[in-house]
Design a protein around this ligand. Structure first.
Ligand SMILES: NC(=O)c1ccc[n+]([C@@H]2O[C@H](COP(=O)([O-])OP(=O)(O)OC[C@H]3O[C@@H](n4cnc5c(N)ncnc54)[C@H](O)[C@@H]3O)[C@@H](O)[C@H]2O)c1
Length: 315
């Protein structure tokens, strides 16, 4: 298959592009920025530098490269950036997504896997929530995700598009570009630096290992007939920031990590709303997908891969 991956130069876009190429698909990666490292299969990987706010560029891309489906990852990511520049995030995350849907219409493409976020829920009403939990996002990032989900339904009803929304929890892996948990904990421990996270002991978050997330996206992409247009994607278990620090300390002896009381804060500034675990039974039952990594196994893989890459760069 030929798949258009918007945000194909980013953390998750790159991970899913690599998996698609590895199984024989062709990726048309559309992004404003690409990492320097080249993909190993240039014949099945087309880089298209472009901006999703540029409707003409998107239309040209689908008409030239003729993708059969879209995985829509392009976005301004993160709650803090959404607060700092709400007009920018609405323009890129909402208007840009509408442009993606319009381009699909122009190119006759039916299916889009839209990477939504648990931020669309707002504050969790209980410790574990499923997809029927109300959408009550409180900050621009989550509001944009919920809006794009709803716009996808408009395109379904008016134009026959099939927009499948994956409400993703916090994904981690060696290429995670943001300085947030668990990256900051792992890096401090590996570098022998003490790290105190001032707030977070009372926040439990569901973290997803990147390989599990990739498999969920492929399962949603390949699924023959979707009965639902929304799936929670996560590990299915939440752990507190203190537990996270404890596991990292067990994996990296000598780590000096500590976490202060209260709720975790985005960038040490904005208190998180209540979070918890995502109920992933719908994705498991419908897509036949099951995460393979709980947080302990995922962090062990993370530490191992970081050690290996550091070793290589030293060599
Ligand atoms: N990483 C997570 O924990 C997580 C959790 C939930 C949802 N998501 C969603 O997954 C998607 C990918 O996130 P990520 O973690 O890979 O972030 P990322 O920042 O690494 O990737 C986003 C990509 O989008 C690109 N982009 C931004 N504006 C663009 C524009 N105007 N035109 C074209 N490309 C543009 C960026 O250059 C970047 O490469 C996003 O939609 C994000 O909201 C991520």
């Amino acid at each position: 298959m030929r798949i258009l991956v918007t945000g194909g130069g980013g953390f998750l876009g790159t991970a899913v592009s690599n998996a698609l190429i590895a199984r024989g698909d062709t990726v048309i990666a559309f992004d404003t920025h690409f990492p320097e490292v080249r993909n190993t299969s240039p014949d099945r990987y087309v880089r298209v530098p472009g901006d999703i706010t540029d409707m003409a560029a998107l239309a040209q891309t689908v008409l030239t490269h003729k993708p059969q489906s879209v995985i829509h990852c392009a976005a301004i990511v993160g709650v803090l950036s959404s607060i700092g520049s709400p007009n920018n995030i609405v323009r890129i995350n909402v208007e840009g997504s509408v442009n993606v849907f319009e381009a699909m219409r122009i190119g006759g493409i039916k299916r889009c896997i839209h990477i939504s976020s648990e931020e669309a829920y707002g504050a969790f009403r209980t410790d574990r929530i499923d997809e029927t939990h109300p959408l009550e996002p409180v900050l621009p990032y989550g509001i944009c995700k919920a809006t794009v989900e709803q716009l996808g339904r408009t395109y379904r009803d008016l134009h026959g598009l099939e927009v499948i929304n994956l409400r993703t929890s916090w994904v981690y892996g060696p290429a995670l570009p943001r300085d947030r948990i668990p990256r900051n904990l792992v890096m401090a421990a590996l570098e022998g630096r003490p790290l105190h996270i001032p707030h977070g002991a009372d926040t439990a978050i569901d973290h997803t290992w990147v390989d599990d997330w990739v498999e969920a996206v492929l399962a949603a992409l390949d699924h023959d007939k979707h009965r639902y247009d929304v799936y929670n994607i996560s590990s299915g278990q939440a752990c507190t920031v203190t537990e996270l620090a404890q596991i990292v300390s067990e994996l990296i002896p000598g780590a000096q990590l500590s976490v202060g009381a209260g709720l975790y804060r985005h960038g040490n500034q904005i208190e998180l709303v209540k979070k918890g675990a995502l109920d992933i039974s719908r994705a498991e039952a419908e897509l036949g997908w099951k995460p393979k990594y709980d947080i302990r196994r995922g962090l062990a893989a993370y530490v191992e891969q970081m050690r290996t890459s550091t070793q290589h760069s030293v060599d």
